[in-house]
Write a protein that binds this ligand. Structure first.
Ligand code: IMP
Length: 439
């Protein structure tokens, strides 16, 4: 990956989230001036490791660990101030200065306590087949209020204390009636308690609140380099993912312009992040899932447990058919392949090259769950490779079978793999300048 030639860049997950975007953003931020979160909220969990230090970030952009980088939470994000303040305090306690580097959009919507409550209540009320397996972070209910408009709160509303308090009384009265009627809930929310807490958060965050759309346009005009950090993954996109088993935002690359408030042409490069196998948390179709020793092997070696919820992730073979769709949707210009080391030790590895549906092989991937629930993956089997005690310092040092695996994935997904990650550390990142030449 030639960092100098990337220009303004969007980093986006190509699977169902948890691809390792945090590490790539962290590797890239050295070459950027501004890092921007444009969608999602505290449902995201990005783990960044430096030496033996591990940072789990949910809202603060991963760039915060670098000096001289401005971190922006843009208008498309739904912001839970409780999580944000906890994260700011945690980072500050570990010597990472946050406040002077963080800028929060006054237009980002606020996740309120009743959104989190509704997330849990509505999931609990559903039959098991219909549960989405959300992160319970209030993401869906918050975006629903945003679209419904009259009951929504934005970050800027926190700066008008009296009006905030008054509107909150009206909104909680409605929510309390709603929860009692729909879910037989007997614990009404106290608006003044919520207002006190949220206005307390506001006092902490107010210096960072600004018009980030203006900030980003100004930064671009000054020739500053912008990095847009995607959350979740393309297959969880509200419009283009495996609906309804998705999150509530345009978390794919398609969401950058709307979420950040910049023209689409602002972004010059789209870096897709993908794991050498697939994982999924929560419900929904997963054609290559391995509910067997292979799945358990990947989970243990890859430490596939949720950063946000701690849930064990569902694991399976690499799905090149789905990945090709994500590459196409996002206009992906190059790919970072993560966790190649995790697959070491298997005698053979399978790659899904297509789906068989009702007797015929599909021409192209569809995120339609009714189809996905019926498909049978078509696999290509490749030789595996052994784990070695020595760490790999370059792609040339990778075992031949691992190199062939990377080359095969690259050909199948239709984008050059220019970076390969073989460990959690920043240093375990191999560059592959000889990635497939772009068509
Ligand atoms: P929500 O975003 O909490 O509403 O959850 C909706 C679906 O997206 C669930 O299946 C979650 O497990 C999944 N999801 C949300 N955020 C992430 C993430 O950061 N990584 C992986 N899956 C996620």
């Amino acid at each position: 990956m030639n960092f100098q030639q990337l220009g303004n860049t969007c980093v986006v997950g190509l699977q169902w989230g948890d691809e390792g975007k945090g590490k790539i953003v962290d590797v890239l931020t050295e070459h950027f001036d501004v890092v921007v979160r444009y969608a999602g909220g505290a449902n995201a969990g990005h783990t960044v490791r430096i030496g033996d230090q591990k940072f789990a970030l949910h809202l603060v952009p991963s760039g915060i660990l670098r000096p001289n980088v401005t971190c922006v939470i843009a208008a498309g994000v739904v912001l839970d101030p409780e999580t944000l303040v906890r994260e700011i305090d945690g980072l500050t306690a570990r010597g990472v200065p946050v406040q002077e580097k963080l800028r929060i959009s006054d237009r980002a919507h606020l996740v309120m306590p009743y959104h989190k409550k509704q997330d849990s209540l509505s999931e609990a009320a559903l039959d098991s087949g219909r549960k989405l397996g959300t992160t319970s972070r209030g993401i869906g209910p918050c975006y629903a209020d945003k679209m419904q408009r009259s009951m929504a709160f934005r970050v800027g509303d926190l700066l008008e204390a009296d009006a905030f308090r008054q509107k909150l009384r009206e909104v909680t009265a409605v929510k309390n009636r709603l929860f009692a009627a729909l879910y037989d809930d007997k614990q009404p929310l106290d608006p003044d308690e919520i207002a006190d807490t949220y206005l307390g958060f506001a006092a902490r965050c107010a210096p960072s609140v600004t018009d980030t759309t203006h900030l980003l346009h100004q930064a671009a005009a000054e020739g500053k380099r912008l990095l847009f950090e995607g959350a979740q993954g393309t297959l969880l996109d509200i419009d283009h993912g495996t609906f309804p088993f998705v999150t509530s935002s345009n978390c794919s690359a398609t969401g950058v312009a709307a979420g950040a408030g910049v023209p689409a042409r602002t972004v010059h490069s789209y870096v897709g992040v993908i794991k050498a196998y697939c994982t999924r948390v929560g419900s929904g179709p997963f054609p290559t899932e391995q509910q067997n020793d292979i799945g358990r092997y990947i989970r243990e070696r890859g430490q596939e447990f949720g950063t946000t919820t701690g849930r064990p992730r569902r694991c399976g073979w690499f799905d090149a058919f789905a990945a090709r769709y994500s590459v196409m949707l996002g206009g992906i210009t190059e790919v970072a392949l993560m966790h190649l080391d995790t697959l070491a030790g298997l005698s053979e590895v399978n790659v899904c090259t297509g789906y068989r549906y009702r007797g015929r092989v599909l021409d192209y991937f569809t995120p339609n769950v009714r189809v996905l629930n019926e498909v049978e993956p078509v696999y290509e089997t490749l030789p595996g490779w052994q784990a070695t005690a020595v760490s790999w310092d370059s792609c040339e040092q990778l075992p031949a079978a691992a190199r062939r695996y990377v080359e095969r994935l690259e050909a199948l997904i239709g984008a050059p793999i220019t970076l390969v990650s073989v460990g959690a550390d920043r240093a375990a990142t191999l560059h592959r300048p000889g990635g497939l030449p772009r068509a």
